[in-house]
Design a binder for this molecule. Structure first.
Ligand SMILES: [Zn+2]
Length: 286
């Protein structure tokens, strides 16, 4: 059976972009923190299924809870980077992005002694107008990126970008791009099956059929993701507005069961185990 990628974006329940309108960065410290117990629940599930995954840790979390990052690493998981402040890449200048990325790398290194080599932007915010970010990531020592969603969405995505993993050549060197799982519906349209809100909001069989199609018809591994807060149906509800509330809170009660089923039904491992960096294997220039 093909091995797929399971990845976890380690952040607090108040970090998602949907909440940026309701919770300012200055208020984060005043909110109750739940990232430790929520992530431990994920670690316990992964241990039970004997699965190693890739954990994209927010620098802000690594700085406050270094013990949690050490624990993730000590259980054999891959430590990767999810920025420092969870700001959208296309809202930053290249200089601001570089600063945020370096700060996150330092926080993660200080926490566990590991230099992260894989990056995921908050809300998949490497889009057509922020592709320059890949060059900055190479300069910061990253070999892998998983920030480009090849779909149409109001906030992110590069439709038609390419649904499979490939090595991109930036002016500073190569980087392996690992897109989140999608299924090709027509020549123009890819639909997401990668997890997160889609796994929460839609029936499990939709995600399972999508992975099967990617594995069997495309003969490709699928890259899946979710957040620790998605397994905690009782965390404080901060999102306002119908769409934001739906996107953030629907399906929380069934998420744990769906994740457990996913881990039983398919083979999963870390991002770099599935896609080791092959420097000579450049497939596209950006
Ligand atoms: Zn995030």
């Amino acid at each position: 059976m093909l091995r797929n990628i399971i990845s976890v974006d380690v952040e607090e329940y108040f970090h998602p972009t949907e909440l940026a309108k309701c919770v300012r960065q200055e208020e984060w410290m005043a909110l109750p923190s739940l990232v430790e117990p929520q992530t431990r629940q994920v670690l316990e599930i992964f241990d039970r299924h004997r699965i190693q995954g890739t954990f994209f840790v927010l620098g802000w979390v690594a700085e406050r809870y270094p013990g949690l990052v050490r624990e993730i690493a000590s259980r054999g998981h891959e430590i990767a980077c999810h920025s420092f402040f969870h700001r959208l890449v296309y809202d930053l200048t290249p200089e601001e992005f570089r600063e945020d990325t370096k700060r996150a790398v330092h926080a993660i290194e200080n926490a566990c002694g590991i230099t992260p080599r894989a990056y995921r932007a908050p809300s998949y915010s490497i889009t057509k107008r922020s592709l320059w970010a890949l060059e900055v990531l190479v300069e910061c020592g990253f070999t892998h990126d998983s920030s480009i969603y090849p779909i149409e969405h109001d906030r992110y995505g590069i439709p038609g970008f390419g649904r499979n993993c490939r090595t991109l050549l930036t002016p500073s060197g190569p980087i392996v791009e690992v897109p989140i799982a999608t299924v090709q519906l027509s020549e123009q349209t890819a639909t997401p099956v990668g997890g997160g809100a889609y796994l929460r909001l839609l029936p499990y069989r939709y995600t399972a059929a999508g992975i099967r199609r990617i594995n069997d018809a495309d003969q490709q591994p699928a890259c899946m993701y979710f957040h620790p807060w998605e397994l905690d149906p009782d965390h404080p509800r901060l999102a306002r507005g119908l769409v934001s509330r739906l996107r953030t809170y629907s399906g929380l009660r069934s998420m744990k069961r769906k994740i457990e089923r996913l881990l039983s039904d398919f083979e999963f491992t870390t991002l770099t185990a599935v896609h080791p960096a092959v420097p000579a294997n450049v497939e596209a220039h950006i």
